[in-house]
Design a protein around this ligand. Structure first.
Ligand code: SAM
Length: 469
């Protein structure tokens, strides 16, 4: 079965599939891994990703477990045209655990080599690695090529919850833009191979900008989402939401359009009597068939996404006239919290690009050697209850007695900390919030269109639940 890597990435990376390279905490790079087909673009190693942390031949990133740390190639892959042998390239392909184990065994510090040199070497080595992550809608949103403004994770997670997108839902989205929302909605509605009588979860997406439509089409195909998303090139204000003249029978709708009120008259149960986009009003004598794109058997949940309050006002007005109910507006004010541990007088911040506040390099190096040796000691030490543990627990990190102090607590002395805790539990736990909420993204307007309750529905309900019995 050819499932999108966004839905089932499998345990390991594979050729011709999307991977997200994490260069540093917030620096993500989407890459389609190429099979090792020999020379590629002047590189003897095949395709290579060049970053400020080093060069990473695709061959070193294939068939490794997701989440692996990948070391930079020791071969000078930057010299284009120089036909290097593959030799040495595979050396760089050591996934995190294997590499760490090997290094622990061969560690110069462990063989009493000059510790400062060992630490310098370790630091130099550590600068040349990245991590390889499976594609998820969240990672895609932060790394995708922007063609438009996009909907970000805090907004779309709330939206998908409110419009009740769930496995088996059918969702209409317009416009598709850069596909950020599309990826998240596909994951929400995906239900694999539904049982008989169940609907297949699907997204019907619309985009009127031709180039964006073509780019999106290619992306969906590259991401194995062709069967899950039906993308249509159309101006939905005029063309509406039917596909090949048929109703998608949508349960949920998301509109990220400059003028959602101009599309709303298509999202009705029957032909609206009021034209909302300047088109001629349908006459009462108009006998042509009118097909609704909505699921006739359910209440439909809608969200519109608009940056300005004027757009919200016009949208709400159109919703009211078209019979939408439970209308409300929400703004997501997202604030990040950064949590770290800090030791007084020595803040070793391992995040690349951030200077640490060690008084001098000497102190930092000594400290690193100390941490490294205690890491080793800690790993070697038997833990409470080890005897009773079954093998499944062996890889779990040690549970440290007496957790490190938090903001409000009394910090133990450095000696106590060193004696009692693992190195990664040292220091005061500090949580800093962003000083203010940075950006307004958009206002979210939600509404519900109840299903039409017919005489037949009433009769069926009465038969199923007879009164007085
Ligand atoms: N939600 C998208 C995402 O998360 O990547 C971004 C959508 S972007 C802000 C708005 C898109 O709507 C643009 O790509 C634009 O071309 C498209 N659009 C604008 N008017 C449209 C219309 N009448 N019919 C279809 N698409 C339209």
């Amino acid at each position: 079965r050819n499932i999108s890597p966004f839905l089932d990435p499998g345990p390991r990376t594979k050729a011709n599939s999307l991977a997200i390279l994490q260069l540093s905490r917030d620096n993500l790079l989407p890459v389609y891994l190429q099979p090792p087909t020999g020379e590629h673009d002047g590189y003897a190693e095949g395709a290579v990703v060049n970053t400020r942390y080093g060069s990473f031949p695709h061959s070193t990133m294939l068939n490794v477990p997701w989440g692996s740390q990948i070391r930079a190639s020791k071969v000078d892959t930057g010299s284009r045209g120089r036909k290097r042998k593959r030799e040495g390239v595979d050396d760089a392909c050591r996934e995190a655990t294997g590499a760490a184990e090997k290094e622990n065994e061969d560690s110069p510090a462990a063989t009493n080599e000059d510790s400062a040199t060992a630490v310098k070497k370790a630091v130099a080595d550590a600068s040349g690695f990245i991590h390889i992550l499976p594609p998820t809608p969240e990672l895609w949103t932060t790394s995708l090529p922007h063609r438009t403004q996009v909907v970000y994770t805090p907004d779309y997670s709330y939206i998908l919850h409110r419009i009740r997108a769930r496995p088996g839902s059918v969702l209409i989205e317009a416009g598709a833009g850069s596909g950020s929302f599309t990826h998240a909605s596909v994951r929400a509605v995906y239900n694999g191979y539904p049982a008989e009588g169940e609907r297949k979860g699907k997204v019907f997406s619309f985009e009127f900008h031709e180039q964006r439509y073509h780019k999106m089409k290619k992306e969906l195909s590259d991401h194995g989402m062709n069967r899950l998303v039906h993308l249509t090139h159309r101006d939905v204000y005029n063309g509406g939401f039917l596909v090949d003249g048929k109703s998608p029978e949508a349960d949920a709708v998301f509109l990220d359009l400059p003028a959602p009120w101009e599309a709303l008259h298509h999202l009705s149960r029957r032909r609206p009597q009021t034209p909302l986009n300047g088109n001629a009003a349908p006459t009462e004598n108009d006998q042509t068939e009118w097909v609704s794109p909505l699921n006739p058997k359910k209440s439909v949940h809608l969200c519109t996404f608009s940056p300005c309050i004027e757009q919200v006002t016009r949208t709400v007005s159109a919703m009211r006239r078209l019979g939408w109910v439970d209308i409300d507006m929400v703004e997501i004010a997202n604030r990040k919290l950064h949590t770290s541990r800090e030791r007084v007088g020595l803040n070793l911040n391992f995040d690349r690009g951030v200077n640490n506040s060690a008084r001098d390099v000497e102190e930092a190096l000594t400290r690193l050697v100390d941490i490294e040796s205690r890491f080793r000691e800690h790993a070697a030490k038997p833990r409470d209850g080890d005897e009773d543990m079954d093998s499944a627990d062996e890889d779990e990190p040690a549970v440290v007695k007496g957790d490190g102090p938090t903001n409000g607590g009394q910090a133990p002395s450095a000696e106590e900390t060193a004696a009692e805790t693992a190195p990664w539990m040292e220091g005061r736990l500090i949580t800093r919030g962003e000083p203010e909420i940075k950006t307004h993204t958009s206002y979210l307007v939600f509404a519900v269109l109840p299903m039409d309750w017919t005489e037949e529905d009433e009769a069926a309900a009465a038969a199923k639940y007879p009164l007085g019995k």
